[in-house]
Design a protein around this ligand. Structure first.
Ligand SMILES: Cc1cc2nc3c(=O)[nH]c(=O)nc-3n(C[C@H](O)[C@H](O)[C@H](O)COP(=O)(O)OP(=O)(O)OC[C@H]3O[C@@H](n4cnc5c(N)ncnc54)[C@H](O)[C@@H]3O)c2cc1C
Length: 405
């Protein structure tokens, strides 16, 4: 008797938050999954850490509550905006409800999701190999070609390969780009005791319009600092000169610290910000998820949260047709995933753009900054209240998302 053919797995490309969480949800529900990841491990690349209440709730609904509690993490205590070394306003965390925005080590989170996935049968993990192309047959995507030339057949390919997605380029699913007024230089530096006790996300804006944010990251003893660049701008400085540059924006105690740790500030990592949304996220046999479908701005930490919510909605719609091995039903469910997720993503990106435009006015207008510095003692509280109100929808998610299968 000839053995019956093995069911084709789902091939997920990219083990960021979207790909790793979707792989875990599907294998735990009996769907065979091969997860292909270009990086050998998660430590080498920069990975954002900020999780909003919507992302924490998404992880809890995936049953990751106990796992989360074991990961390196640090909650934010507040958001503090400083103009010319003087506080404009400060808003305490949590802004609403009982969950503060929390920095969670993303390498540790991804390792934990993979560890859980690998406990279920039917999971294949392929790190250190990139996908180089798609395989198409009869108008349907039927697999991928890996960089070593080998081929993987699939009943569905999920492109969760991030903001520069190769699968998006190869599939012809077009990205509508939005202008992004910033790039970032990312630094790591030793912490200061004040951040250990009071981890305020501190935005510093100087009198020449230069800006950076600084906060204690998820790992012990480490501050993270993002320096705002205009797109295409290049700056090269010694670590000591960077220490001086940051200090010029900071209030006294922080300026002293930044000068002191100058010599050991890490070499910066340049992070190009890309923002946009594909008009279509799917074609027969292929679904784009997370940044591959909708690259998110880092403003107010949305991308990880949205990627996790994408994975939940995808699992809800895909599970039954994948278990039935019904390709027509799989392709239909891809359209429903896109239709359910698109409105939240468009709205979140519009709110991020609004926030980016306001920051841009402030950076470009010395007069506006001067007026705000003068009025800060009287108007700071009101400006803080209005800022707080604008953040709440972005933190809770803009549509109901529940794991239902
Ligand atoms: C500077 C900066 C800071 C940010 N900070 C935050 C934050 O604090 N909080 C937040 O919520 N969001 C943040 N974001 C956004 C967030 O990082 C992304 O939205 C989120 O990581 C998207 O998750 P993803 O799984 O879709 O893609 P990614 O996390 O980008 O993962 C994609 C994965 O695919 C792999 N890959 C790529 N190409 C291939 C290939 N051809 N074959 C195989 N594998 C491949 C990559 O190695 C990567 O592991 C930030 C973004 C930037 C630029």
């Amino acid at each position: 008797m000839t053995p019956s053919p093995q069911p084709q797995p789902v091939v997920i490309v990219g083990a960021g938050p979207a790909g790793a969480s979707l792989a875990m949800l599907l294998v735990e529900r009996g769907v065979p999954v091969t997860l292909v990841e270009a990086a050998r491990d998660f430590q080498r690349q920069f990975r954002g850490e900020g999780l909003m209440p919507s992302g924490l709730a998404a992880l809890e609904s995936m049953g990751c509550g106990p796992l989360l509690a074991r990961l390196p993490q640090r909650p934010l205590s507040a958001w503090s905006f400083q103009l010319h070394g003087q506080q404009l306003f400060r808003v305490e965390e949590p802004l609403e409800g009982d969950r503060p925005c929390t920095l969670i080590s993303q390498p540790a989170l991804l390792d934990a999701l993979l560890e859980r996935a690998s406990r279920a049968g039917g999971f294949q993990w392929k790190p250190g190999v990139a996908v180089a192309d798609l395989i198409e047959s009869g108008g349907r995507i039927t697999g991928v070609v890996l960089s070593d030339g080998s081929r993987l057949g699939a009943c569905l390919v999920v492109g969760s390969d991030g903001r520069s997605s190769l699968l998006r380029q190869r599939s012809g699913l077009e990205l509508e780009r939005q202008s992004s007024p910033i790039d970032l230089l990312w630094f790591r530096l030793p912490s200061h005791p004040r951040f250990e006790d009071d981890n305020a996300f501190t935005m510093l804006l100087g009198d020449d319009g230069s800006a950076c944010s600084v906060f204690h990251g998820a790992l012990p003893g480490e501050l993270q600092l993002g320096w705002v660049l205009n797109p295409g701008e290049r700056i090269e400085r010694s670590p000591e000169a960077w220490g001086e540059t940051f200090a010029a924006l900071a209030p006294g105690w922080l300026a002293d610290h930044l000068r002191q740790v100058g010599p050991v500030i890490s070499a910066p990592l340049k992070l190009s910000v890309q923002v946009g949304c594909c008009r279509r996220w799917q074609r027969p046999g292929l679904l784009l998820l997370g940044d591959a479908a909708h690259p998110m701005s880092p403003i107010r930490a949305q991308g990880i949260n949205m990627a996790l919510r994408d994975a939940i909605v995808a699992t809800n719609h895909l599970l039954a047709p994948l278990l039935a091995g019904d390709t027509a039903a799989i392709d239909d469910s891809l359209k429903r995933i896109e239709a359910e997720r698109m409105p939240e993503i468009r709205r979140a990106q519009a709110l991020q753009q609004q926030e980016a435009r306001q920051a841009q006015w402030l950076r470009r207008s010395p007069l506006l900054r001067l007026v705000l510095v003068q009025l800060a003692p009287w108007l700071g509280g009101r400006i803080g209240q209005s800022w707080r109100q604008r953040q709440i929808p972005l933190r809770q998610g803009l549509a109901p998302v529940q794991l239902t299968v």
